[in-house]
Design a protein. Sequence first.
Length: 475
Amino acid sequence: MTPPGLPNAMERPHFIGIGGAGMSGIAKILAQRGGQVAGSDAKDSETARALRAQGATVHIGHAAGHLADDATCVVVSSAIRHDNPELARAAELGIPVVHRSDALAGLMDGLRPIAVAGTHGKTTTTSMLAVSLSALGLDPSYAIGGDLDAPGSNAHHGEGDIFVAEADESDRSFHKYTPQVAIILNAELDHHANYASMDEIYESFETFVGKIVPGGTLVVAHGQAGAAEIAARVRGNDGLNVVTYGEEDGADVRITKITPRGLTSEVTVVLDGRMLTFTVSVPGRHYAHNAVAALAAGVALGIPAHNLASALGKYTGVKRRLQLKGEAAGVQVIDSYAHHPTEMTADLEAIRGAAAGASHAEGVGGDSRILVVFQPHLFSRTQELGKEMGQALSLADSAVVLDIYPAREDPIPGVTSEIIIDSARAAGADVTAEHDKGAVADVIAGMAKPGDLVLTMGAGDVTDLGPAILARLAD
């Protein structure tokens, strides 16, 4: 096929917040397609440096002068504030402002898109598809919300006709896509700034499903309450094929067995009456389900199931999704992006299973303790789900809870990490409050013993603590 060119008005795009997970991927693909990409970000980063290596101009800080007069558009995400000086300058110059989702939709034109939506595991499932399809020589294009193995590896412009994209439901931007195959992992009440109720979330997902091209396929989790509700609402849509997956009877792709093997799992499914067993190179039931969702989506595009199952074993993880950061003094430090109670529970159960299933020779004995450093993400999420976060932390042996990472939000009176801490203690958890992020490495070093596992957990900058903890443990 002839590779697609640049979408309309994307010849010289300027990205505000170009270092963000979603924005940087789109910028990279545009650069690879020949666009003269520029942008700005609040601080320098490995992602910014990777974009410069692709030929992009990346400014640090936000200033009106960073926007070139001849820019053909300005790309923004929902996180960009209306008073951003570059956005104001765009208005003065009459430069069109394009939302990130519209830019991504333009990149998919003329291709066969797979869009991955829902809670939880979008980044993992998208990554699994990108890696496995690449391993099969199909060279897909992809845009993921996290790096695979190196800074800037969250996106790729491929020569193949498949485009795999993480579809963000948080701000309804996934309504812009017209996929051939869509995956919905589940639906839960989250993103409280944009959704007031589960009914609003269901309606939003119905709109997303309505965008699937005629004759296309919805892959949806079977046995998950939110996903089942969506499937029931859309099953009668004209021209829509619905494929369910899960462990329960009645699933079209039925998982019959998940066998933990240390930090990997062996998964057996029945698909079209045939049994298939393959390896998932990340631990936990949750990630096994993500792999089966990816398998079902690829099969819906006509890829042989046994080929895709084998290729899925090539996936070895994505940054911040139970990523092993290193080991020191017999203690493994693992990084987790989990910030919603369901994600936190899934990752803690996965690590607990890995610890129990691994041998002492691997340095992870069955008596290993799990120590968590948790940083809540967003005041609004803590206000709505803080008690559930605390209950999830009771799955750890000990937890250190930091102050809330505000991201784009202003503080909400009365909403602090104490909501989580009180709930965790009520659930029987051993929890320590720590307001000084710089003191965490010393705190953990004083708690950890050989054989323990330390999880840095949250969607903010808690990820930066992994190297500091390892260095302190090595002292």
